[in-house]
Design a protein around this ligand. Structure first.
Ligand SMILES: Cc1cc2nc3c(=O)[nH]c(=O)nc-3n(C[C@H](O)[C@H](O)[C@H](O)COP(=O)(O)OP(=O)(O)OC[C@H]3O[C@@H](n4cnc5c(N)ncnc54)[C@H](O)[C@@H]3O)c2cc1C
Length: 271
């Protein structure tokens, strides 16, 4: 593998919490392609790239010279396109993330030249309310949607539900709280599952995003519960959360969307 095959540069890297990072990558000498908020890019590193200190040893055999590649939802706006921002969690035993977490500003990385994915707002009606539900880094595609749509004056009612174990794992918290305060049509609801481990008592709801949906949190803000007629629901992140939410939603008449059979629930599974 030649150094130049790693065709992008790390412009910025912020560790939000241990094992949670926001990274900005910039193509070196080529243009980022157009993309739609909600889509994903692919990052890659060679097997001889070092792993970060807190990772487990690599048990896997990698073919020398063959890039290890994985998909990452884009968190940045599709309008301001100087860089791609990605929001990544460390899988300590994983193949790629321990190598990504060892990257420093200025290091090189492979960025796939093609951006793809169908987890976008294209097939949601313009007049439907949007409930965007995520665990952990499943928030990334919604950040791209919000950062693209809100400055363009989108007035749809939008709610983000974000679940994490601890308050410090709620990435983009200050940006989302600020949007919530500034934009009457936008609501941000967060929930943590391990409140007993908080050093400062957590004043918000405790449990899982499923509990936020079952409760009346959004009803109190919107004045009514979202229904299949009024809203589209997006689910992103942990597949166990997605399966659970899909089952709860099905009981309320929400059907999963596909091109062949338009429905009310849009899904992106990270694994
Ligand atoms: C369309 C798409 C978009 C994705 N976007 C993101 C993103 O924006 N941010 C992100 O962090 N990951 C994202 N992922 C997951 C990502 O592609 C990798 O699977 C992940 O980074 C682990 O890679 P790895 O090589 O370190 O682990 P691997 O050696 O590939 O191990 C995979 C295992 O890691 C665990 N795992 C994978 N992803 C996560 C995760 N996000 N959180 C906790 N455990 C996980 C699962 O147990 C999985 O079986 C996305 C996946 C898909 C398919």
């Amino acid at each position: 593998m030649r150094k130049m095959d790693l065709n992008a540069v790390v412009q910025q890297r912020v560790e939000v919490a241990p094992g949670l990072m926001v990274i900005r990558v910039v193509p070196d000498g080529w243009e980022l392609p157009d993309f739609t908020p909600g889509q994903f890019a692919v990052l890659g590193l060679p097997p001889d790239a070092p792993r970060c200190d807190i990772a487990d040893p690599d048990e896997e055999e990698h073919k020398p010279g063959k890039l290890i590649r994985r998909a990452y939802s884009i968190a940045s706006s599709s309008v301001a396109r100087e860089y791609l921002e990605l929001y990544i969690t460390l899988v300590r035993s994983g193949a790629l993330t321990p190598r990504l977490f060892a990257l420093e500003t200025g290091d090189r990385v492979w960025l796939g030249p093609k951006i793809s994915g169908r987890f976008t707002l294209d097939e949601a009606p313009d007049d439907a309310d949007l409930v965007l539900i995520a665990t952990g880094t499943g928030l990334a595609p919604y950040m791209s949607m919000l950062r693209t749509m809100l400055p363009q004056g989108d007035e749809r009612r939008i709610a983000v539900f974000l679940g994490a174990r601890h308050s410090w794992d709620l990435g983009y918290q200050s940006e989302l709280v600020t949007l919530d305060r500034m934009k009457p049509s936008f609501s941000y609801l967060s929930i943590i599952s391990r409140p007993a481990e908080e050093p400062v008592p957590w004043g918000g709801p405790a449990g899982y995003v499923q509990d936020l949906w079952r409760g009346d949190h959004l009803q109190r803000i919107w004045g009514s519960r979202p229904t299949p007629e009024s809203a589209r629901v997006f689910l992103c992140g942990n597949p166990a959360m997605i399966d659970d939410m899909a089952a709860i939603l099905a009981e309320e008449g929400f059907r999963e969307h596909s091109r062949k059979q338009p429905g009310h629930v849009f899904v992106e599974r990270y694994w």
